[in-house]
Design a protein around this ligand. Structure first.
Ligand SMILES: Cc1cc2nc3c(=O)[nH]c(=O)nc-3n(C[C@H](O)[C@H](O)[C@H](O)COP(=O)(O)OP(=O)(O)OC[C@H]3O[C@@H](n4cnc5c(N)ncnc54)[C@H](O)[C@@H]3O)c2cc1C
Length: 444
């Protein structure tokens, strides 16, 4: 059997590795349009910010290691179209310009998503860049090191924008963030997200919410200013973190079913609507188990799991994805924030009869040094008290508690059950009633 994989990072190489583990004979070919394989994009902000100065540390497995496993890899090779009837992929070698077709028995689409660059006038000036790929990270780090780069403007207050703000603060830059919406970090409810906003401001980020970027201005080649609907700001470097869009444009006309944002629709075994074509990662819609609907979850956690599942099934298995919960975490300077399951907006949209509780409890008792408060918000079904969502924020111990809530939501537990579950207690780690249980037992 011959498998062609398009896209060689999280989902693509998870699938390639799994297929190889299950089948020594399968011929596996990977086409990747970028210059790197199998890296942890999640480490990029920390590389840019100087927490790690060796990008090779982000590479999970080298090209040589894949080749040694008998996986043929082609870098700087872009798939330009797919013909499902002939089972062919058209490929362009981006270095030589050579175009050719390859054939497959099974095809895996793992092309991820592209950073959205709104059509602002001046967007092509030097020093305006997204942070999506390893190449972007290398560019931003080197550009940011230049003496003349003092004022950094981040466009967009999502996960990547916030991580970039922290990265450039760490590099000693003046950081300004501009977000069109009335608040940053939309996956969090306002009462938790506001804590991140306060922390960014406390650490010196000039935060503008409810403000729209209209254009970039330059002095010659380089960007010099960002113009918004309210003001003109100096900018030596602009990071555009205004969202992502699945990189599926080249599949138009194949008949593969897509959602509104261009993400591919797959079943729980990662099969697309066309036989022998599988997909996973940031280019698909995945089943969300608490919302019981397909949703777009562009997260490394989901990409790795779904890529591996696709690999199993391409190799002849029948593994199904149990579903995502939107579990995610972010460090915002001295704070950590985590979330899982439904937020209030999700619950309202789905017309769920829900209640919430918000508590503040210490990570461990005051009779052991340095207790710090954790804010926990729970969303639960009115009446049954089934847990639907949880969000946390604190200086330490906040984010990993979200994992407990994620498991509880998956297991359909109620707040009453989790409030009495046998969690650990010892003064250096947690109270006799952990913050998780204090929150659960406050749910009425
Ligand atoms: C800065 C940053 C921080 C992040 N932090 C986190 C985090 O903390 N936690 C978390 O869970 N997730 C995080 N993510 C998200 C996570 O990195 C992605 O969900 C994950 O990389 C998606 O994997 P993928 O394989 O679907 O897509 P990608 O990793 O985007 O890989 C797709 C690859 O396909 C290639 N490709 C696209 N089109 C073609 C084509 N036509 N032909 C050939 N190749 C093609 C692209 O060049 C790309 O290399 C972060 C992402 C970024 C950018």
């Amino acid at each position: 059997m011959k498998v062609v994989i398009i896209g060689g990072v999280a989902a693509g190489m998870s699938a390639a590795s799994k297929i190889r583990r299950l089948s020594a004979e399968t011929q596996i070919t990977v086409y990747e349009k970028g210059g790197f394989l199998s890296y942890g994009a999640c480490g990029l902000p920390y590389y840019v910010g100087g927490y790690n100065d060796d990008y090779r540390k982000m590479i999970a497995r080298t090209r040589e290691a894949f080749e040694a496993m008998g996986i043929q890899t082609y870098l700087r090779h872009e798939a330009t179209s797919v013909n499902p009837e002939k089972k062919q992929v058209a490929v362009k070698d981006l270095e030589s310009g050579r175009e050719f077709t390859d054939t497959y028995d099974k095809l895996m689409i793992a092309v991820g998503a592209d950073a959205v660059m709104p059509p602002f006038p001046g967007k092509d000036l030097l020093g305006i860049h997204p942070l999506k790929s390893l190449e972007d990270g290398i560019f931003l780090k080197e550009f940011g090191k230049m003496e003349k780069v003092k004022n950094v403007v981040i466009v967009g207050g999502g996960y990547i924008g916030v991580e970039c703000a922290e990265a450039f603060l760490h590099m000693g830059k003046n950081v300004r963030m501009i977000e069109t919406a009335s608040r940053i970090l939309a996956p969090f409810d306002e009462d938790i997200g506001v804590l991140a906003q306060e922390e960014l401001k406390l650490q010196g980020v000039m935060l503008h919410t409810g403000e729209r970027v209209e254009a970039f201005q330059g002095d010659g080649l380089y960007v010099s200013h960002v113009k918004t609907d309210k003001a003109l700001y100096e900018a030596d470097l602009v990071v555009v973190a205004a969202g992502i869009r699945p990189s599926t444009g080249f599949l138009k006309g194949t008949g593969i079913k897509m959602g509104k944002n261009g993400a591919l629709m797959v079943d729980r075994e990662m099969r697309t609507s066309i036989p022998d074509i599988y997909a996973a990662g940031d280019c698909i819609l995945v089943y969300n188990e608490i919302m019981e609907e397909d949703s777009y979850q562009a997260l490394g956690t989901v990409a790795n799991k779904c890529g591996r599942i696709a690999g199993t099934n391409i190799a002849g298995g029948h593994e199904a994805f149990i579903g995502a919960l939107g579990s995610a975490a972010i460090k915002v300077c001295n704070l950590e924030l985590g979330r899982t399951g439904m937020g209030e907006e999700d619950a309202r949209r789905l017309k769920v009869d829900y209640k919430t509780v918000l508590v503040k409890a210490n990570d461990h008792p005051a009779y052991y040094p340095d207790p710090t408060p954790i804010t926990i918000k729970l969303i639960y079904e009115n009446g049954t008290k089934r847990l639907l969502g949880a969000q946390t924020c604190g200086e330490k111990g906040a984010v990993l508690r979200v994992d407990v809530f994620a498991v509880a939501i998956h297991a359909k537990m109620t707040t009453a059950e989790l409030g009495m579950t046998d969690l650990i207690y010892a003064p250096p780690f947690a109270g006799v009633w952990d913050a998780i249980q204090i929150a659960c037992n406050a749910a009425k």
